[in-house]
Write a protein that binds this ligand. Sequence first.
Ligand SMILES: *[C@@H]1O[C@H](CO)[C@@H](O)[C@H](O)[C@H]1NC(C)=O
Ligand SMILES: *[C@@H]1O[C@H](CO)[C@@H](O)[C@H](O)[C@H]1NC(C)=O
Ligand SMILES: *[C@@H]1O[C@H](CO)[C@@H](O)[C@H](O)[C@H]1NC(C)=O
Ligand SMILES: *[C@@H]1O[C@H](CO)[C@@H](O)[C@H](O)[C@H]1NC(C)=O
Ligand SMILES: *[C@@H]1O[C@H](CO)[C@@H](O)[C@H](O)[C@H]1NC(C)=O
Ligand SMILES: *[C@@H]1O[C@H](CO)[C@@H](O)[C@H](O)[C@H]1NC(C)=O
Ligand SMILES: *[C@@H]1O[C@H](CO)[C@@H](O)[C@H](O)[C@H]1NC(C)=O
Ligand SMILES: *[C@@H]1O[C@H](CO)[C@@H](O)[C@H](O)[C@H]1NC(C)=O
Length: 424
Amino acid sequence: MDCIPMLVFCFISFLIVRTATPTDTINTAQFIRDGDTIVSAGGTYELGFFSPGKSKSRYLGIWYGKISVQTAVWVANRETPLNDSSGVVRLTNEGLLVLLNRSGSIIWSSNTSTPARNPVAQLLDTGNLVVKEEGDNNVENSLWQSFDYPGNTLIPGMKVGRNIKTGMDWYVTSWKSPDDPSRGNITGILVPEGYPELLLLEDSKPKHRAGPWNGLQFSGMPQVKPNPVYIFEFVYNEKEIYYTEQLHNSSRHWRVVLPQSGDIQHILWIEQTQSWLLYETANTDNCETYALCGANGICSINNSPVCNCLKGFVPKVPRDWDKTDWSSGCVRKTALNCSRDGFRKLSGVKMPETRKSWFNRSMDLEECKNTCLKNCSCTAYTNLDIRDGGSGCLLWFNDLIDMRTFVQNEQDIFIRMDASELGL
Ligand SMILES: *[C@@H]1O[C@H](CO)[C@@H](O)[C@H](O)[C@H]1NC(C)=O
Ligand SMILES: *[C@@H]1O[C@H](CO)[C@@H](O)[C@H](O)[C@H]1NC(C)=O
Ligand SMILES: *[C@@H]1O[C@H](CO)[C@@H](O)[C@H](O)[C@H]1NC(C)=O
Ligand SMILES: *[C@@H]1O[C@H](CO)[C@@H](O)[C@H](O)[C@H]1NC(C)=O
Ligand SMILES: *[C@@H]1O[C@H](CO)[C@@H](O)[C@H](O)[C@H]1NC(C)=O
Ligand SMILES: *[C@@H]1O[C@H](CO)[C@@H](O)[C@H](O)[C@H]1NC(C)=O
Ligand SMILES: *[C@@H]1O[C@H](CO)[C@@H](O)[C@H](O)[C@H]1NC(C)=O
Ligand SMILES: *[C@@H]1O[C@H](CO)[C@@H](O)[C@H](O)[C@H]1NC(C)=O
């Protein structure tokens, strides 16, 4: 840049650049303009304006502070991009972060259910942007936090699930494209009915299911297992139900991204190569298609065709099955008698959908079986937790939906059958 005609201006810019110490906090008297950033205390994350991919629009977002490849992990104004670099963020006296465009209209805002007294906004070194009372460092007391509103990315400490106390859901939504962070049509949610389970939706239709948590892992994702890089956890208590991931070494960089394809990606930063490594991807096959084989059907990726009925069941509409349309599913060869039924054990399968299930953490498998037998619409049972020889009880009612075979699964399911089907 030619500085001579603008010497004074350059000198002032120089002074501003040199004297501005990076801060992680703004109060109600300060603001962040396009070009300014705030940086978390350890320098791990940075907040400011950016343009994703080939986009020319400006977004308020959070990215990694120490990584050469700009990688956004959170975006505020996903649905309302700025057309130019006139955006300004400030914190109102009420404790709302507001993003203003050139004409001063609010184009994005945070919210809060509690009025603020002396609010500040701070970018924590976890990547969480919080609005809080000045001096109150307990994140749980925050008036608002960006971790409650993930975009397409989970970073360590973010959750997918439900806050039972407030009824608020944590969920992820894909970006329309790498150039457009507005909401795509893939959503990752927790279904809180029955025994809670993680589900991917395309628009509002189920796409893939993780399978119920068995104490160690999700029954539909045996490939996600203990490993040297990350810890995964499913927490279910009176306050909250959620899935989260942490790194064994918290100084590394890790993100989980839900792309528009629906194949969840686990991505790790490699210092040596200065690039992101696709550490693990869901790589979904045809059997991951939700309920491909219909009710009481089972998918086996190495079979042709992939769909079969569970043993003791037959296609409900054989004509459709002959045309490889399995959606009508299967029905029992012999109806349940209810009073003299038994169970057939099935191993190495993904547990059926738990939306219509019931569970009890303290029953053993025998009590579980007897509880199932007492209710004529109970069709299957298993241990809720497979650790230490198994504990707890999970019951299914009526149709069994979205099962597949897996060689590696340790959880057995016991499927209710009429005695004659079992040769009793
Ligand atoms: C961008 O420009 C268009 C047309 O000029 C306007 O309608 C829209 O509100 C602008 N968006 C923002 C966020 O200012
Ligand atoms: C600012 O946003 C408002 C509301 O979206 C819009 O009507 C206005 O045109 C925008 N101003 C500019 C300069 O884009
Ligand atoms: C805050 O906004 C989000 C999204 O716009 C909404 O889902 C949530 O209910 C709001 N919370 C409060 C406390 O108003
Ligand atoms: C979801 O969006 C993709 C394009 O990103 C499109 O191909 C697909 O048809 C959409 N799905 C539905 C159900 O609309
Ligand atoms: C953790 O990761 C950092 C950054 O990659 C590395 O410098 C450090 O040696 C690692 N620590 C351990 C205990 O592996
Ligand atoms: C169940 O089996 C018993 C004994 O065979 C029989 O008496 C009863 O009628 C059957 N009940 C039903 C609902 O089929
Ligand atoms: C769960 O099972 C235990 C042990 O059988 C029993 O004491 C308890 O009442 C059951 N809880 C519910 C909600 O059914
Ligand atoms: C059987 O279980 C279903 C589903 O939980 C329930 O709606 C029904 O009332 C139960 N029937 C009996 C007889 O307990």
